[in-house]
Design a protein. Structure first.
Length: 328
């Protein structure tokens, strides 16, 4: 990879680990290396413009690293949001973005309200079904604040991301929490070995499924990217090894609605209202989205990022194969 692109991807993975989003951190390194070696993921990311209408832009990610195309796309969405008040940047033929919060929070720090939607390989059945049709279809939003950290929401529309199941298997965990996944027959299970990343459960049942379908319509159909079954998509890759993904960034220039300084003060006030409310029994603090990750990041910057022994062994194996000094 070009050094600047490699550094951007590495920073993205470490940032996820710092925030405690371990499923989207260095846990992904082996997957990315295998995709590079197989030729499914291109080492140089060539982003091209498919269509540019000012407030709306469609890009092609060239099946390079999603983090590289994603950085380009969110910065463009911020610029166009400022220019037009509202903007949408869609990207087709890209790959895994990593944690979506990275992008929406970047916009929030620039004083822009941002939303992100990403689809991907067909690994999750629709609610009540067994035939995989969608991905975990994550959604994120971030809002600028003043003295408080920005509000940052980032979730899969399944109860958890598939990488959390993979990470549990990699760690050798005997069980996973109830509500995470089904087995291959669609039966709910807490047995890590039986849990299938192709049968994740939607959060809130049919409600999460409905939001996932919205993500599919935006990031897949509207973006002109891959979606559904083979005959519906022009994606270069499809099937068990398909890695192509689509995504959409939506941005709003806060200053077009409310003076941005006043908006930041009001967001701070809302956050403090949340903090000041009466707590349920056993609850230490009531938080807004992103606050837990913000606190965890500060702690891990101080104390370091914990890595499991199997993950360290995996990274060391990749390092030795590449002629790089291992972690230990």
């Amino acid at each position: 990879m070009p050094p600047d692109e490699a550094e951007l991807v590495a920073d993205n993975l470490v940032e996820a680990d710092l925030r405690g989003i371990d499923s989207h951190g260095t846990n992904l390194l082996a997957l990315y290396v295998s995709r590079l070696e197989s030729g499914h993921l291109r080492p140089t990311t060539a982003v091209s413009v498919v269509r540019d209408d000012g407030s709306t832009v469609v890009l092609d990610g060239g099946l390079g690293f999603g983090q590289v195309a994603g950085r380009h796309a969110i910065d463009l969405a911020v610029d166009r949001g400022r220019a037009h008040g509202v903007a949408a940047v869609a990207v087709r033929e890209s790959t895994h973005l990593g944690a979506l919060a990275t992008y929406t929070e970047r916009a929030a720090h620039a004083g822009i309200f941002a939303m992100a939607f990403q689809n991907g390989p067909t690994i999750v059945p629709p609610f009540g079904g067994l035939t995989p049709l969608m991905s975990t279809n994550p959604f994120s939003y971030a809002v600028p604040a003043g003295d408080e950290p920005p509000i940052v929401y980032d979730v899969a529309t399944t109860t958890v991301a598939g990488n959390k199941i993979i990470l549990a298997k990699k760690r050798g965990d005997a069980t996973i929490p109830s509500g995470w996944a089904n087995d291959d027959a669609g039966r709910p299970t807490t047995d890590t070995a039986a849990a299938s990343v192709h049968h994740l459960q939607w959060f809130g049942g049919h409600k999460g499924y409905g939001i996932a379908l919205l993500v599919e319509l935006l990031a897949g159909v509207l973006a002109g990217s891959c979606f559904g079954h083979t005959e519906h998509t022009a994606s270069l890759l499809h099937g068990a090894d398909r890695i192509a993904k689509g995504y959409v960034f939506l941005t709003l220039d806060v200053d077009r609605f409310v003076p941005v300084a006043e908006f930041r003060r009001q967001v701070d006030a809302l956050i403090r209202d949340v903090h000041a409310g009466e707590r349920a029994v056993g609850v230490e603090a009531v938080l807004v989205p992103g606050e837990l990750e913000y606190r965890r990041r500060a702690e891990r910057l101080r104390a370091g990022i914990p890595l499991s022994v199997p993950l360290i062994d995996e990274i060391d194996g990749l390092a030795r194969a590449a002629g790089v000094a291992p972690l230990r």
